[in-house]
Design a protein around this ligand. Structure first.
Ligand SMILES: [Zn+2]
Length: 1094
């Protein structure tokens, strides 16, 4: 079967989407579509202008005051100071927790469970409508409401049964079988590896450690071994060898620090001896017509020969490697923008490599999913597993099923097949797609995934044209597009019932710290307006989402905000050991109906707890309560948790401070990333079963054990936000911006994702924020438009060049209006019998996304150093295989990189020296756990800028220019002290000011007369009416708009102490924590490759 499509250039349902019988346009992603003709349920018929793009009215208000030192970024000095003060046990959080204020609701007798909200604390209100049943009785008998109702976990009736194990979700580095050639589960303990007989170890230690490299011989737990043809130089044979050392190694060598190259890399071959100097654009190069030539790359690299030669360790005078001569990320990005940013990317042709994520381009769906939904490490995959093992290029797809699209692109059509539901293959259950082959005059179709012949149901029958294509192919999205949605029938719903609209529950820490910082007041004020912007769908005038409110410290306070009440009512649950929800009616409400009561509640919460002395908090019972509330309401939903401290109060999930920086670089370092107790995973499992997604906003002053607290958000598809040392005046803009975006964003609830593949490959491993109870179904309590799932594939049979390989990602989810839908993405890839075709069609940014996630999961189970070694070895094998099989013969002293992978070394080095894999002294344990968690769900664009930040000079380009200034490489050498630069990585944003910047520039931007008067650490630029000020502030706004999280600005002056923080992000340089410079790493990589080849 040939999946190459001959789709006409413009499908009949092009951009201005007309109405087609049988399906309608989804309003997801902000599309304003047509009226839906045939929806089986009422509430959300007509699409509505997307809520996504709508900013809340309050968006621009209240700019934070300027001038204060930075406090909330991950690496802010404030964090260190605070951690430094951290003591033991219960004295950590300010006033003693034994001091109780009389006003605290939790300490009141039950006679006043209902807190007298507001200004009349002494007046007890009547208890409101009688709560149902036994619960009240229990409460009335003195606050012991435990055991009143503790329903069993629900059974999930969807056919994707109840979760049974957490094993696959948490991942297991040694046993996960990630690499094709890895022996499964054969990781010997470190000591065993070191003592492996017959393996010669290399001792590159001293100098390489100095440059951040770790000696490969000291024992990665599991390293790639080739089951296919061995590369020359590999001293081990069988698949069970886990010794990293593939070298019959050279004697101890010196790789000097810095960019000095001496002996070990050998003498320089004379320039003229090079037939193809340096990185040949080549055969390495020609990347297909679309990618085109890379003009600046074809020229010889003058310094390339300095990568060494085989001539042995004879010392040479130090020779500086010209950084301009090594592959530049900036150049590659620039070239791709120039070559591919002008034409739309049309998806009709199988196996096309899309433009880079850093290029702006439009996509036309002509049968394959847009790269905004799926990107692959390679678009041409080896036909056999032997080839794949030889190349060691991971075969993976980074999938973002609910990605938002630019306004110019159509969001997926929704197809309604009525009661019969979507058409699927009887055997493999793949959904109807453009690659299915209709035969026998259209009466049957052959499945493109499993080859099964299926009957076409009578209502779906259509004649074929002379080419064998259905004549209605271009009227049906599922026959002509890469991405589309089906309305799901009741068979796709839990318990065979259509779902109720989801609910949002806001759960607010009201302990001493939360009150003191002003967080509670700020949050309550914001919610009053933000609740008007809950996600809507279709033509609905208001959101279908109901809301509920809980506050807590070491007890929980539930609020009845029923519209008929004059005032909200509080119910206290102090028995946190056996959590349940004390009220059903009036807890989850419609915002508009209960607006007055909600507003009253939000006014009163900050007052009620204003004088609290309670410092202790609980955590697990809070999520438990939210989950139980959703369960009782029989709906999916999301919990928004605002939490400040380590939960040390006596309750399930109680934690202790176990931060220990001494564990860094030991075998126990992995425990810093692991949860402290299993209670969190157990809870997460229950949440997933209920479709309860948890978003966690953390406001810590000290260690809160992010590794443990983030377990539930991670496994439920939620997000974690962290604002260290939160202060309203400094951090409100960042927090509110994140909160607004988070509350408004598109979410699919109670979702299950399945990736099907055509015969020959299959999905074997998954990375992201989700839970898996079996090996195929990715379960997501919630999935938003920012989250990605990275999927790795392996061969289980031979592929065939003619038919290629197919992926189909199907996401079953409940929309924000409660509609059950299936979103389908299809992608066809080429298959090759020549390795060169693989290397010509790779995407390094996607490879790095995969490798980073692989490594960041690996640190849960393996020593960090071993994880780094694994990455280095794999990268060397990828490049050595290319050199051996694809490059034209040349001196072994030359480093030759495939054109598509020429940035692999620089990007991989950035991953290796990232905070998770090689922490500097300023990085806290919580920061590392936080970043580890974030990267897990990042898409390719996010990992790209996160690992290699953008550095933009501000005064080089003409002031009137409206485009972003061209970036420069992230190295101190590129900084001119007469200029200023913005640096961003998606999380952090710096404005670096050179010491010799012109006085006029300083005046225009900062409104002070000299460099010395600029406040270091400033986070807001003054609003000044001059072109430079407008341009820089505009650029900052534009950078922020491109990222999913608000980046707080930090102004850094040259030579100032904050500059250390900034330099951490100059990733081409040697890092303070010992991370290698780009130049050093390239030399190291070259040496590894040569060892593999010799
Ligand atoms: Zn099939």
């Amino acid at each position: 079967m040939n999946v190459n499509q001959s789709v006409p250039p413009v499908p009949s349902f092009g951009q201005p989407q007309p109405v087609y019988p049988g399906y309608h346009q989804s309003s997801y992603g902000g599309q304003s579509g047509s009226t839906a003709p045939t929806i089986p349920y009422g509430a959300y018929n007509g699409p509505v202008p997307g809520y996504q793009q709508t900013l809340p009215q309050g968006m621009s208000r209240a700019p934070p005051s300027s001038g204060a030192p930075p406090a909330s970024t991950a690496q802010a000095p404030c964090g260190q100071a605070a951690y430094g003060q951290f003591g033991q046990g219960d004295v950590q959080n300010g006033p003693s927790s034994t001091v109780q204020m009389q006003r605290l609701p939790g300490s009141q007798p039950f006679g006043s469970p209902l807190a007298p909200v507001g200004n009349q604390p002494a007046v007890l209100q009547p208890y409101g409508p009688p709560p149902t049943s036994a619960q009240v009785t229990a409460q009335l008998s003195g606050m012991q409401i435990s055991g009143a109702v503790a329903p069993a976990p629900p059974s999930s009736g969807l056919g994707y049964g109840p979760p049974t194990s957490l094993a696959s979700a948490s991942g297991s580095f040694p046993n996960s079988g990630l690499y094709g050639s890895y022996p499964q589960g054969q990781a010997p303990p470190l000591s065993q590896a070191q003592g492996h007989p017959g393996i010669q170890t290399s001792q590159r230690s001293a100098p390489s450690q100095a440059s951040g490299f770790t000696p490969p011989a000291s024992g990665g737990p599991r390293l790639p071994s080739m089951t296919g043809p061995l590369l020359p130089g590999q001293s081990f044979g069988g698949p069970s060898v886990s010794q990293p050392n593939h070298v019959s190694s050279p004697p101890p060598q010196a790789l000097p620090p810095g960019t000095q190259m001496t002996g070990p890399l050998g003498p320089l071959p004379p320039m003229h001896s090079l037939q193809q100097p340096g990185y040949q654009p080549q055969q390495n190069g020609s990347f297909g017509p679309a990618r085109g030539p890379q003009p600046n790359y074809g020229s010889p690299y003058p310094a390339a020969p300095t990568f060494g030669s085989q001539s042995g360790p004879q010392p040479l005078p130090p020779k500086r490697l010209d950084p301009d001569a090594i592959p530049s990320p900036i150049q590659v990005i620039e070239d791709d923008r120039n070559n591919r940013g002008t034409e739309p990317f049309v998806t009709g042709v199988r196996g096309q490599v899309p433009p880079l994520v850093t290029t702006n381009f439009l996509v036309k769906d002509q049968g394959n999913a847009s790269p905004r939904y799926i990107r692959c490490t390679s678009y041409n995959i080896p036909c056999t597993s032997d080839m794949a093992k030889q190349a060691q290029v991971p075969l993976a797809a980074v999938i973002k099923p609910l990605a938002s699209l630019p306004p110019e692109e159509a969001s997926p059509y929704v197809v309604d097949h009525g009661e019969s539901g979507p058409l699927r293959c009887n055997r493999c259950k793949a959904y109807m797609c453009p690659f299915m082959q209709f035969i026998e005059g259209g009466r049957r179709f052959q499945c493109c995934f499993c080859s099964c012949i299926n009957d076409v149901p009578p209502q779906y029958f259509q004649h074929l044209d002379h080419t064998g294509k259905r004549v209605d192919a271009y009227d049906r999205p599922e026959l002509s597009l890469g991405s589309y949605e089906f309305l799901a029938t009741v068979d796709y719903c839990k318990n065979n019932k259509f779902p109720s609209p989801p609910a949002f529950i806001f759960m607010i820490d009201v302990s001493y710290n939360a009150i003191r910082t002003g967080l509670v007041r700020l949050l309550c004020e914001e919610l009053k307006s933000l609740l008007d912007f809950l996600p809507r769908e279709g033509g609905a005038e208001e959101s279908a989402i109901r809301v509920g409110f809980v506050t807590y410290n070491k007890v929980l306070h539930f609020y009845n905000v029923k519209s008929s009440l004059a005032q909200p009512q509080m119910m206290v649950v102090s028995d946190v050991a056996d959590m349940f929800v004390p009220l059903l009616d009036g807890f989850l409400v419609n915002v508009n109906e209960s607006r007055a009561v909600i507003t009253s509640l939000l006014d009163q919460i900050p007052e009620m707890f204003a004088d609290t002395r309670e410092t202790e908090t609980v955590f697990v019972p809070v999520i438990q309560a939210g989950m139980e509330a959703l369960k009782a309401a029989e709906c999916a939903g999301k919990l928004f948790l605002f939490h400040t401290s380590l939960p040390i109060a006596e309750a399930p999930g109680k934690l202790k401070n176990r931060d220990d920086r001494k564990l860094i670089n030991t075998d126990k370092e992995k425990t810093l990333f692991q949860p402290q107790t299993g209670a969190y995973q157990t809870l997460a499992k229950e949440c997933v079963a209920q479709g309860c997604c948890v978003d966690l906003f953390l406001f810590p002053n000290q260690y809160v054990d992010v590794a443990t607290l983030s377990v539930v958000p991670q496994l439920t598809g939620g997000s974690v936000y962290k604002y260290a040392c939160f202060q309203v005046e400094n951090d409100q803009e960042r927090f509110l911006s994140d909160l607004r975006r988070d509350v408004q964003k598109v979410v699919g609830f109670d979702a299950v994702m399945r990736v099907r593949t055509s015969t020959g490959i299959r999905a074997v491993d998954f990375f992201g924020a989700f839970y898996m109870s079996n090996t195929t179904d990715v379960e997501l309590a919630g999935l938003d438009g920012d989250k990605t799932v990275t999927v790795e594939f392996k061969h289980d049979d031979r592929l065939n060049e003619e038919s290629g390989a197919l992926l189909q990602c199907a996401l079953l989810y409940t929309s924000c209006a409660g509609q059950r839908r299936l979103r389908i993405h299809n992608l066809a890839l080429n298959c090759c019998t020549q390795l060169a075709d693989l290397y010509r069609n790779c995407e390094t940014d996607t490879l790095i996304n995969y490798m980073a996630k692989f490594a960041y999961r690996g640190v849960l189970n393996s020593p960090v150093k071993a994880v780094r070694d694994t990455l280095i070895t794999q990268c060397a094998q990828i490049l050595a295989c290319y050199r051996k099989n694809c490059a034209s013969p040349s001196s072994a002293g030359q480093l030759i990189l495939p054109e598509c992978m020429k940035l692999l070394p620089v990007y991989l080095n950035c991953v290796l020296k990232s905070d998770v894999l090689q922490p500097g002294a300023e990085i806290t344990t919580d920061d590392r756990a936080y970043v580890r968690q974030l990267v897990t769900s990042m898409d390719v664009a996010e990992t790209n800028v996160f690992f290699y930040p953008r550095l933009l000079p501000l005064t080089k380009s003409p002031i009137e220019s409206t485009t972003e200034p061209p970036a420069v490489r992230a190295s101190e050498e590129r900084l001119s002290n007469g200029d200023m630069y913005l640096l961003e990585n998606g999380l952090n944003l710096f404005l670096w000011v050179g010491a010799s910047v012109q006085q006029g520039v300083v005046q225009s931007l900062f409104s002070v007369s000299s460099f010395s008067q600029i406040t270091s650490g400033l986070s807001v630029l003054p609003v000044l009416d001059n072109p430079l000020s407008k341009k820089v502030r505009g650029l900052i706004d534009s950078l922020r708009a491109q990222r999913s999280r608000y980046m707080k600005l930090i102004v850094v002056k040259q030579e100032d102490k904050l500059e250390m923080l900034f330099k951490h992000f100059l990733v081409e340089d040697k890092s303070l924590s010992g991370g290698a410079s780009y130049v050093d790493f390239l030399c190291h990589m070259h040496k590894e490759i040569r060892q593999l080849l010799s």
